[in-house]
Design a protein around this ligand. Structure first.
Ligand code: NCD
Length: 305
């Protein structure tokens, strides 16, 4: 694997082999926490979050601390010179002097890609608008690998806001690398973008199906739920119309095959009554997010156990 010095602005920056190597590395790091603590001593992760986050930002920070490194950054662009009118390129030109690697989240699609072209230190895309969220896919695929083993044998149904949901966009790409079967279900106003369907058709021989109801997805291996991205709707009336269309509860799935994943946060699409059942994998996703992000940071910094 050679991720050293590379930026990850899109899921397309990672190959199937990169994923598999990162899974092995994450397993090793989980098994050797003391040795892991030596790996990134003296290194600094810059954490630039211009959009809200709980899990992504804190798991990246935790990952760097568990590698023995340190973090600097902000969780709200409003408290930075962006508020005074500074453009991203100047922010990047600044932060590259202060740290060895950067994770950034921004509402503009392509912001991380642009940053990676300007920056002398590697950039990780922690989510860019409605476009992509490659490291959530890393977390999701690592969870599937840990919980099911062979990702290529899985049938996964992506459900919810497939139009604006960046986690679903990146995950579809990621699953296509492994050859898993993909099903898609969303309210019709929020369907998977045509250009991404085209990508799946070309790269994946059309190994996906669009479903007309959630009931048709209940016997897949995994239902990957996503919330409706209220903040990305141009018109809130449109949001109100569809906000209760997709709702999953324990009753619906208790006698069915599917386990449930969700990148979180949830709004009302995923009932709390699933939480304590063996169906819920979404808390495990959070647990696995730290070792897999440790593996990513260490690999991009060129260190190994
Ligand atoms: C997601 C995101 O920010 O795209 N959350 C996450 O990173 N775990 C999902 C979302 O906001 O709906």
């Amino acid at each position: 694997m050679n991720l050293k010095g590379r930026s990850i602005s899109s899921i397309e920056d990672l190959s199937k082999e990169d994923f598999e190597n990162l899974f092995l590395f994450a397993d090793k790091l989980s098994d050797n926490p003391k040795d892991a603590l030596e790996l990134c001593k003296g290194k600094i992760l810059g954490v630039l979050f211009f959009e809200p986050s709980t899990r992504t930002r804190l798991s990246f920070e935790s990952a760097m601390l568990r590698l023995g490194g340190k973090t600097i950054g902000f969780s709200d662009g409003e408290n930075t010179s962006t508020k005074k009118g500074e453009i991203i390129s100047d922010t990047i030109k600044t932060i590259e002097n202060y740290c060895d690697i950067v994770v950034m989240r921004h509402w503009i699609e392509g912001a991380a890609k642009m940053a990676s072209e300007l920056s002398s230190v590697p950039i990780i895309n922690g989510g860019d608008g409605k476009h992509e969220h490659p490291t959530q896919t890393l977390v999701d695929l690592y969870t599937m690998h840990r919980e099911f083993g062979d990702i290529s044998k899985l049938e996964v149904c992506l459900v919810g806001d497939l139009k604006y949901g960046r986690t679903a966009h990146s995950l579809a790409h990621g699953l296509s690398l492994f050859g898993s079967k993909i099903k898609l279900f969303s309210p019709k106003e929020l369907s998977f973008p045509d250009e991404l369907k085209g990508m799946l058709k070309n790269r994946f021989n059309g190994n996906f199906e669009e479903k007309a109801s959630l009931d048709e997805c209940l016997d897949t291996d995994i239902i990957y739920m996503t919330r409706l991205q209220k903040e990305r709707f141009a018109n809130l009336y449109e949001y109100e119309k569809v906000k209760n269309v997709v709702v999953l509860n324990y009753d619906k799935i208790k006698n069915r095959k599917a386990k449930i994943m969700h990148p979180l946060p949830r709004v009302n699409e995923l009932d709390y009554d699933i939480d304590d059942s063996e169906k819920a994998l979404y808390f495990k996703q959070m647990k696995y997010s730290v070792p897999i992000r440790m593996a990513l940071i260490a690999s991009m910094l060129g260190v190994d156990l």
